[in-house]
Design a protein around this ligand. Structure first.
Ligand code: NAD
Length: 337
């Protein structure tokens, strides 16, 4: 099927082309992000393939529909960038890759925790400059610490297991749908307030929905322990960034590890090293010695990219053959009727 692939980087093209040897679709690669300005590129394409920062709001969807597009194939798990109600009303089929490699994201989460707790980002630079002084590098054992996991689906469950089984932590979970397997392993489901009040480390793995928008805000931060380590590898807008900056300044937050940022669309996935960053909030975060930011790379493993390419093309094939794509997003199920 003729498919316009937006936000293409070399690795997308490489993995999609390899998987397409079997699938045989007609893929056209565009570097541009899908926005209202660029959606004309998709005219005449029955399918578009998009990523996390492509914009699929109502105006874009209307233009895509009038250009003949019927399928939106997300090559990611999250779908917060799609106006699902508008997509449904306009007759689109929307499919995603729900579980390409939860291990990739879970392992990156653990990497951020370890790097922050043992100050690896500072140690790396020091040693390269011949400075072997340990002053300021004091960490703490994870063993017996309390880790709060918000959202215990595919990724949050793996993170919970890693801390429970791997590091001997106490794990407090919060989810609208508790997972009995985690309880059997020793995790405890608690209200959000308890999780905030008792955790030494808090990590976010719930989706971005209207009810989870700015879940970490002035009020929830106030409940947390002084010096808490906060990790977000889920979606940027789960966190009210300005509130988090205030909490970093007072020491309420002792370490912040982010792979996502609420205004990341204008920054991430681009080489801006020769430009001046215009986002003052983001620039302020970069000044803290106890903040580590990666640019939405938690998913970025060989295994994940192979699975994303294979499953995205399977979604397109199924649609072309008149079947429900395996990664179909059922709007009523995810948003309620
Ligand atoms: P999942 O659907 O398996 O799990 C999400 C969990 O969150 C579910 O158990 C759900 O019940 C729970 N949840 C929903 N609303 C909640 C609420 N209000 N409070 C607490 N929990 C709630 O999803 P997943 O595969 O584990 O992915 C989690 C998130 O990770 C995705 O939504 C996506 O945004 C993000 N993600 C990030 C990357 C990355 O590269 N950084 C890659 C993949 C996914």
């Amino acid at each position: 099927m003729k498919t316009a692939v937006f936000s293409t980087r070399s690795y997308d093209e490489c993995f999609l082309k390899a998987a397409n040897q079997k699938a045989g679709h007609e893929l056209h690669f565009f570097e541009a992000r899908l926005t209202e300005r660029t959606c004309r590129l998709a005219e005449g394409f029955p399918a578009v393939c998009v990523f996390v920062n492509d914009q699929l709001d109502r105006p874009v969807l209307e233009k895509l529909a009038s250009g003949g597009t019927r399928l939106i194939a997300l090559r990611c798990a999250g779908f917060n960038n799609v106006d699902l109600r508008a997509a449904e009303a306009l007759g689109f089929t929307v499919a995603r890759v729900p579980a390409y490699s939860p291990h990739a994201v879970a392992e990156h989460t653990v990497a951020l925790v370890l790097a922050l707790v043992r100050k690896l980002h500072k140690a790396y630079n020091r040693v390269r400059e011949g400075n072997f002084n340990l002053e300021g590098l004091l960490g703490f054992d994870l063993y017996k610490k309390v880790v709060g996991v918000i959202g215990t689906g595919k990724i949050g469950s793996l993170v919970s297991r890693a801390f429970l089984v791997g590091f001997g932590c106490r794990v407090l979970c919060h989810d609208v749908r508790p997972n009995p397997e985690l309880v059997a392993l020793g995790a405890e489901y608690v209200p959000m307030e308890t999780l905030c009040a008792q955790s030494d480390i808090i990590t976010l793995h719930c989706p971005l929905l209207p009810e989870t928008h700015h879940l970490i805000n002035e009020t929830t931060l106030q409940l947390m322990k002084d010096g808490v380590i906060l990790i977000n590898t889920s979606r940027g807008a789960l966190i009210h960034t300005r509130a988090v900056i205030r909490a970093l300044k007072t020491g309420k937050i002792g370490g912040l590890g982010l792979d996502v940022y609420e205004e990341e669309a204008d920054l991430f996935f681009e080489d801006l090293s020769n430009r001046i960053i215009q986002d003052d909030v983001f620039a302020r975060m970069l000044t803290f010695p106890n903040v580590i930011i990666t640019g939405h790379q938690a998913f970025f493993t060989q295994e994940a990219l192979e699975a994303i390419a294979r499953e995205t093309l399977e979604n397109i094939t199924a649609f072309q053959e008149g079947r429900n794509p395996p990664g179909l997003i059922e709007v009523e199920k995810v948003l309620g009727s």
